[in-house]
Write a protein that binds this ligand. Structure first.
Ligand SMILES: Cc1ncc(COP(=O)(O)O)c(C=O)c1O
Length: 383
């Protein structure tokens, strides 16, 4: 700009990158509704930690609010404050699922965030920090029935904590919960041990059922007839995938919310003996068209996706050679124009690449793939 020493940025340019995620908000709303119906739930605590499993916490939280969801859960105080900025309505409840630094107790009061708490010591210190004349802090009483991470781990410990929360004016009960270690696999015996402990301990403590929430996605899909599911607390199913796959199948109509696309950045022909990418681990044995795509492991398209299927014009092609930080190379059955769209995750014609398939290729789980998609990928929203 004339006369100025600053270069002004048009923010829209950041969304123009030819590699992008598409998030289908209507699919997330649909998934919330079908999972609640399947589990017979009246209330949904939407787990939107880690930027809503990579889908973008702002648009996801707004879309869920629009269908009446008033309860959300995240993992950290920072995520809680960010969500409170997005949803300042005082009737929106925000739970913090992980262990929280007690030093942040006053911030939790100020932003109306309900921490998971599993020990008395935390409450004693928090009460000192909160002091007099502040509103009371909602507590999510955490019960460790077998996950082995956080929570009161006996009937007595649950009863002591509950009594303390009820008796100390600094606190009020926001909920009581446990988390299942084997809800999405076939270890029913371990599941039964956990569900029995939870029901026994919270019943003995006298905590009314309206405060209970236990069901993660695996429980909502596969154990809804075994536990109280008046309130469910789910993440994966909202985003349209089955955490039990491939071990357990479901008839619930989950619609995948995330797709990943890119556009061909360059096309060239390899000659016999020509290698591709670091280490030249792929070498052509005949003349062969290939395309270079502007995406790599810095975007979350991790190195273990080498060899993965991709879809071009409804046909299957494959990643060849090593995935690099910003670029990958794919096979082409014929020369194609620069700019041709490529599907790395999602549907193209009657073919689809699912998050479950991508995760299996990466020797990981869908949660990890989705939360690994980096900020460098613009997210486009469909509603
Ligand atoms: C305590 C707790 N509850 C619920 C969830 C949601 O789990 P899922 O995505 O399997 O529904 C998580 C996710 O890690 C969690 O840590």
């Amino acid at each position: 700009m004339a006369g100025s020493n600053r270069i002004e940025i048009d923010e829209d340019i950041l969304d123009l990158r030819p590699s992008w995620l598409t998030v289908d908000l209507a699919a997330i709303q649909h998934n919330a509704q079908v999972v609640m119906a399947h589990a017979g739930a009246k209330r949904l605590i939407a787990v939107v930690k880690a930027n809503a499993y990579g889908h973008g916490v702002g648009p996801v939280a707004q879309a869920l609010l629009a269908i009446g969801v008033k309860d959300f859960a995240v993992a950290t105080v920072g995520e809680g404050v960010q969500l409170r900025q997005i949803l300042p309505q005082s009737d929106v409840n925000i739970t913090l699922l992980g262990v929280q630094p007690v030093e942040d107790a006053v911030a939790m009061v100020n932003y109306q965030l309900m921490p998971a708490v599993g020990d008395l010591d935390w409450l004693t210190k928090a009460a000192e920090l909160i002091g007099p004349d502040r509103p009371s802090l909602g507590i999510q009483l955490a019960v460790n029935t077998g996950m082995g991470r956080i929570g009161a781990a006996s009937a007595d410990a649950v009863a002591d904590l509950y009594r303390h929360i009820e008796d100390d004016e600094h606190f009020h009960l926001g909920g009581v919960f446990t988390h299942y270690a084997t809800a999405d696999d076939t270890n029913q015996e371990y599941y039964d041990r956990q569900r029995k402990r939870f029901a026994d301990w919270v019943t003995a403590a006298g905590i009314p059922q309206k405060y209970w929430h236990q069901a993660n996605s695996g429980s909502a899909l596969y154990h809804a007839d075994q536990i109280d599911t008046g309130t469910i607390r789910v993440g994966s199913v909202l985003y349209g995938y089955n955490p039990g796959d491939p071990l357990l199948k479901t008839d619930v109509d989950l619609q995948p919310a995330m797709a990943l696309h890119t556009r061909i950045g360059g096309v060239h022909q390899l000659q016999p003996g020509d290698g591709v990418s670091y280490g030249a681990t792929y070498v052509a044995d005949k003349p062969q068209w290939v395309a270079t795509l502007p995406i790599g492991y810095a975007d979350g398209y991790i190195r273990r996706f080498g060899g993965m299927r991709v879809l071009v014009n409804g046909h299957e092609e494959h990643v060849i050679g090593r995935v690099t930080m910003d670029q990958i190379v794919i096979t082409l059955r014929k020369q194609l124009p620069v700019g041709t769209e490529v599907t790395l995750l999602g549907r193209d014609g009657d073919q689809a690449i699912t998050i479950e398939e991508l995760a299996a290729k990466g020797e990981t789980i869908p949660h990890e793939v989705l939360t690994n998609f980096s900020v460098r990928l613009p997210r486009h929203y469909r509603s």
